[in-house]
Design a binder for this molecule. Structure first.
Ligand code: TPP
Ligand code: MG
Length: 549
C-alpha cells in the first residue's frame, strides 16, 4: 500500500494482495472493475470465467486443493445471484472462500438485492466494507474466510469513497483451541478388536499430510483399517490397509469389513447417509467415536443407533497425536497377512469381476473408466460432477492422495464439475486434471470451455454421455413418461472443437487411441472425450440412494 489515501475499492484489492492472494476468479462488470484491477496490481492473477457459477466453483476447488482462501470477484446484482449455487456448495463444504460482492445499497436501484439475507440463506457468513474502517473490514472478512465461506459486501458508494490509510490495525488474536479430553477415545481404541477409521472432509483439509501421517501411525498402533468419505478420497492412498471410500461407493469387500467393525472412529466426518450407506455400515453393536473441530458437525445426530457414542471436539491431527501418545500397541486386531492379501486382490472396484455390457454403439462405463485408469498418469486430480455416472470415476479411477480428488457435491448440484476441474488446474498445474462429467452437467456448464481454451488448460474432460439426465431416468423408472429427461444425442466432440479444444468420440476402448496420442504430448489444448455409454440400468449406488430417500 502506498500513499496516504485511496478509494476503498483500490484499498480492498491492495489489502487482499498484501494478504498473499495469488489467484482470483471472476467475471468483471462495473461494480468490481476497480477492486479486481487493484487485486491484479497487488500481484494476484485474475482468471476470468465465462459465468459466475464457473468462477466461484473454480475458486472453491482451488481453495480445497491449495488450502488458500479462494477469492471470487463478481458484478453486483446478477453477478452475485449467478454465483449463488456455487456459494451454497462452498458454504456447505466449509470451503475457505471470499466472495467480493458489490452492493447497490440504494433500495431503488434495479441492482438492489438483500445481500446479507442472501448469504445467510445459503449458509455463508456476511461482512460489509465500510468507509470508516475499510482495512479492518477486509481483514475481518479474511479471518472469517480462513474458516469458511464469506460474502464481503462492497457497497458501490463506499467503494468510490476516498479513505485514509490507517497507520496500524488491531485485530483480535485467535489462539489455538484447548486440547479436549481424549480418554473416551483412548479407551475405545484400547479395547477394540476390529477398529475402522473413516476420515472425512475435516481430516482431508489442506494441509492434510501431517493429519494423514498421524492417523496412519495411530491406525498401525491399534490395528485399524482405513477408509474415507467420498470427499476425502485419496487420503490413505498407498496404505495396504486402505479400504478407499466408505458408503455407497465402497467395494463389496470394503463394505463388508466396515460393517464388521467393533469401533468406528470418524475423523472429521459426520458419517452422513452417503458415507454410512444410510446407516447400514454402522454395526448396531459398535462404538462410534466422532472427532471434529466443528461443534456443529458433532451436534448432528448419528444416522443409525450405535452401542455407544463418543464425541471429541478438537483438531483432528492434534487429537490423533494426543491419542497416539496415550495408547499402547494393541495385540488382538484384524490385520492378518490373509486380510492383506485379500485387500490387495479385491478391495479395488476395478478388480471386482463384472459382465461387460458394451454394445459397440455404447461402451460400458466400467470398461471405459478402467481403460482410462490404465492410460492416465498416476499423478492426477479427478474432478467429478453429479449424476448417475458419478460413481464410475469415483470408484474406478485411483488418485494419488487427498489432493487428487475434487468432489463438489455437498449441495448435489449438477454442472459444477467442469469449473471444479478448472480451479484444480490452477491449484495443481503439476498434475493432469481429469474432469468426469455427465452430458447434462457438461452442457449446463459448457460455456466454461472458453475458460479452458483461453488459458490453454491441458486437461482431460470425460463426458459419460447417455443422452439423458440418467439419474432422473432411473429415479422414475421405465413406467414413467420420460420425455423431459431424455434428449437427442449431442455431438459433444464437435462442441468441444468449436471452443478450440480437441474432441473425440468413444464407443469402444479402441476409440481411446487418440487420447493416448494426446497424453504423449505436447498437450497444447484440453481434450474432450465424448463417451457414448451403454446404460441399460441405474448404477447400483444410485438405486440404493433412491431407496434410502
Ligand atoms: C442444478 C441442478 N439441476 C437439476 C438437478 C437434478 N438432477 C440430478 S442428477 C440430474 C441428471 C444429470 O444428468 P447428467 O449430467 O447427464 O448425468 P447422468 O445422470 O445422466 O449420469 C439432474 C437433472 C441437480 N441436481 N442440480
Ligand atoms: Mg446423462
Amino acid at each position: 500500500m502506498t500513499g496516504r489515501a485511496m478509494d476503498a475499492a483500490a484499498l480492498t484489492g491492495s489489502v487482499l494482495g498484501s494478504l498473499g492472494v495469488q489467484h482470483a476468479f471472476g467475471v468483471v462488470g462495473s461494480g468490481n472493475f476497480h477492486v479486481t484491477n487493484a487485486l491484479i496490481e497487488a500481484g494476484a492473477r485474475f482468471v476470468p470465467a465465462a459465468h459466475e457459477a464457473g468462477a466461484i466453483t473454480a475458486a472453491d476447488a482451488y481453495a480445497r486443493l491449495t488450502g488458500r482462501v479462494g477469492v471470487v470477484s463478481v458484478h453486483q446484482g446478477p453477478g452475485v445471484t449467478n454465483a449463488l449455487t456455487g456459494l451454497a456448495e462452498a458454504a456447505k463444504s466449509h470451503t475457505p472462500l471470499l466472495l467480493l460482492a458489490p452492493e447497490a445499497t440504494n433500495p431503488l436501484s434495479n441492482f438492489a438485492i438483500d445481500l446479507p439475507r442472501l448469504a445467510e440463506s445459503v449458509g455463508a457468513a456476511f461482512h460489509r466494507l465500510t468507509a470508516a474502517t475499510p482495512v479492518e473490514d477486509v481483514l475481518s472478512a479474511w479471518q472469517l474466510a480462513l474458516r469458511g465461506t464469506v460474502v464481503l459486501g462492497l457497497p458501490l458508494d463506499v467503494q468510490s469513497s476516498t479513505v485514509p490509510l490507517p497507520s496500524s490495525v488491531d485485530l483480535p488474536f485467535v489462539g489455538p483451541p484447548a486440547m479436549p479430553d481424549v480418554d473416551g477415545l483412548v479407551a475405545a481404541l484400547h479395547g477394540a478388536r476390529r477398529p475402522v477409521f473413516i476420515a472425512g472432509r475435516g481430516a482431508a483439509r489442506v494441509p492434510w499430510s501431517r493429519r494423514r501421517d498421524v492417523l496412519t501411525e495411530l491406525a498401525d498402533r491399534c490395528g485399524a483399517l482405513l477408509a474415507t468419505s467420498a470427499a476425502a478420497k485419496g487420503l490413505f492412498a498407498g496404505s495396504p490397509w486402505n479400504l478407499d471410500v466408505s458408503g455407497g461407493f465402497a467395494s463389496p469387500l470394503a463394505a463388508s469389513l466396515i460393517a464388521e467393525a467393533d469401533v468406528i472412529v470418524a475423523w472429521g466426518s459426520t458419517l452422513n447417509m452417503w458415507t454410512s450407506k444410510h446407516g447400514k455400515l454402522i454395526p448396531p453393536g459398535a462404538t462410534v467415536v466422532r472427532v471434529d473441530h466443528d461443534p456443529v458437525a458433532l451436534a448432528r445426530p448419528l444416522i443409525a443407533p450405535a452401542a455407544a457414542t463418543v464425541e471429541v471436539c478438537g483438531d483432528v491431527g492434534a487429537v490423533a497425536a494426543e491419542v497416539l501418545a496415550a495408547l499402547s500397541p494393541s495385540t488382538g486386531h484384524w490385520r492378518t497377512p490373509d486380510l492383506a492379501a485379500r485387500l490387495a486382490a479385491e478391495v479395488r472396484w476395478r478388480d471386482v469381476p463384472y459382465a461387460d455390457e458394451s454394445t459397440g454403439v455404447g461402451i460400458d462405463p466400467r470398461t471405459l473408466t478402467i481403460a482410462l485408469d490404465d492410460m492416465l498418469p498416476a499423478e492426477r486430480v479427478v474432478a467429478v460432477d453429479s449424476g448417475n455416472f458419478m460413481g464410475y470415476p469415483s470408484m474406478f479411477l485411483s488418485v494419488p492422495d487427498a489432493a487428487g480428488f475434487s468432489f463438489t457435491q455437498a449441495y448435489q448440484s449438477i454442472g459444477l464439475g467442469l469449473a471444479s476441474a478448472i480451479g484444480a488446474s490452477f491449484a495443481r498445474p503439476d498434475r493432469l486434471v481429469v474432469a468426469a462429467l455427465g452430458d447434462g452437467g457438461f452442457l449446463m456448464a459448457a460455456a466454461e470451455l472458453t475458460t479452458v481454451a483461453r488459458h490453454s488448460l491441458p486437461m482431460v474432460i470425460v463426458v459419460y454421455n447417455d443422452a439423458a439426465y440418467g439419474a432422473e431416468v432411473h429415479h422414475f423408472g421405465s413406467s414413467a413418461k420420460l420425455d423431459t429427461v431424455r434428449f437427442p444425442d449431442a455431438d459433444i466432440a464437435s462442441i468441444a472443437r468449436g471452443f478450440g479444444c480437441a474432441g473425440i468420440t468413444v464407443r469402444s476402448p479402441a476409440d481411446l487411441e487418440p487420447l493416448r496420442d494426446w497424453l504423449a504430448g505436447p498437450r497444447e489444448t484440453a481434450i474432450v472425450v465424448d463417451a457414448k455409454i451403454s446404460s441399460a440400468g441405474a448404477s447400483w449406488w444410485l438405486e440404493e440412494a433412491f431407496r434410502g430417500h
